[in-house]
Ligand binder design. Structure first.
Ligand code: SF4
Ligand code: SF4
Length: 343
């Protein structure tokens, strides 16, 4: 259970992050970094894992964290693949904290044990997000409440960091009502809960069915402990409406893949694909001002949350690259964003 001291210190860090984010537009607010692409699961919708790759060498990872610190990055969240499979994950977290950046982790939770959780406490982890897709495992996903409930209890009893459980609706998830069961259990255990809309392989929207819409609305009413993290972006998308916003990916948000390349986000890998060692403050500035054509139907909540800081300022005057938005309802490979919420 998170201690009062840890809660206070995390709140102080978040307040600092908010103030710095509002005062300056020249640094990344959030970076996602991948220490290994390999995963111990194989969710059929996922385009963010393999079953063969090796962990990125620790020296390389630490150099990438140092570079993020040089940019003035506020929050660094480690994602994957499954980051808990990296043998030196704790050293990566410790390096993030050494630089005074806020540390986050996205995991499928399978490898959480009391001993592993205590090591994450010692390393200085501040935020963990686990995505749970269904109540009972099926052929699409084994990220299931039934399998993970024991791990969640270990986290409740041992974790000295904040925990958010993300459930999803849309795309190929069979029982949308599972999302409500998962959210209720998260709150019961003392965690926060969020809900994400599944996007397709270009990071854009799959329209919600009537049944999914009912779940989406029910989740909004359960307003407890950050329960209604569904923001106005998702409200529009659920209703099939595009969002008018400025995606600051590549500038205020950056995604660093296992090869050390900076991309806009997990769903726009390939742009701009510059090695982080060569990525500069000028690149960050350029991307801040660059329009992203995929923005209107994008469902990537963490990048949208980052964009809120700069919503009213600085028009984007540079034309971007990237996939054009896909029309609603068009068939595509379903992909759930593994990085739906800040941090
Ligand atoms: S969604 Fe997460 S747990 Fe599932 S295969 Fe992808 S990386 Fe692994
Ligand atoms: S709008 Fe931004 S976050 Fe969304 S898919 Fe495009 S580049 Fe990624």
């Amino acid at each position: 259970m998170i201690t009062a001291t840890k809660k206070l210190s995390t709140r102080y860090n978040v307040a600092k992050f908010m103030a710095k984010g509002l005062l300056s537009t020249r640094h990344p607010l959030l970076a996602h970094i991948v220490p290994m692409r390999r995963c111990n699961l194989a969710c059929t919708y996922c385009n963010e894992f393999d079953d063969v790759s090796k962990p990125v060498p620790i020296e390389e990872m630490l150099a990438r964290i140092d570079r993020l610190a040089y940019f003035g990055t506020s929050i660094v969240t480690i994602s994957g693949g499954e980051p808990l499979m990296h043998p030196e994950l704790d050293a990566i977290i410790a390096r993030i904290r050494h630089h005074g950046m806020i540390s986050g982790l996205i995991s499928n939770g399978y490898l959480m044990s009391p001993a592993r959780i205590k090591k994450l406490n010692e390393a200085g982890l501040q935020y963990l997000q686990i995505s749970i897709d269904n109540v009972v495992p099926d052929e699409v996903s084994k990220k299931s409440l039934k399998v993970l409930d024991k791990k969640l209890r270990h986290l409740r009893d041992n974790a000295d960091f904040n925990i958010n459980i993300n459930s999803v609706i849309g795309g190929g998830i069979k029982n949308p009502e599972d999302a409500i069961v998962i959210a209720k259990r998260a709150v019961e255990l003392g965690f926060t809960s969020s809900m994400g809309i599944i996007h397709d392989g270009t990071g854009t929207l799959q329209a919600l069915s009537e049944r999914e819409m009912a779940v989406f609305n029910e989740h909004k009413k359960l307003g407890k402990r950050g329960y209604t993290r569904v923001n106005h972006f998702q409200e529009n998308l659920a209703n099939g409406k595009p969002n008018n916003w400025k995606c600051r990916a590549g500038g205020r948000y950056i995604y660093v893949c296992e090869d050390g390349l900076v991309h806009y986000c997990s769903q726009q890998r390939g742009y701009p694909a510059i090695p982080i060692a060569e990525y500069t403050l000028e690149d960050i500035r350029r991307e801040y001002f660059t329009k992203k054509s995929c923005a209107p139907l994008c469902t990537i909540a963490c990048v949208q949350q980052v964009a809120v800081f700069d919503f009213w300022r600085d028009e984007q005057t540079l034309e971007g690259i990237g996939h054009p938005p896909r029309p609603l309802g068009e068939e595509n490979e379903d992909v759930i964003d593994g990085v739906t919420e800040m941090p």
